[in-house]
Design a protein around this ligand. Sequence first.
Ligand SMILES: [Zn+2]
Length: 61
Amino acid sequence: MSEQYSKGTIEGDKKTKWICGCFLTTDNYFKFCSTHNQTLQKAIQDQIDELDMTLIVEEDN
Ligand SMILES: [Zn+2]
């Protein structure tokens, strides 16, 4: 819960803001507008296969 960004924290710390509503904060946190969030989410999911990332599997030891 503590790692979740609260809206109040972001507001004062924007580094770059785009006209569509996307913005980048001073600590390099990207917040995308609803339009680009959907597009980027799909793009990222496509990229994950190419990056050959491995899922974390919890072990029951
Ligand atoms: Zn956007």
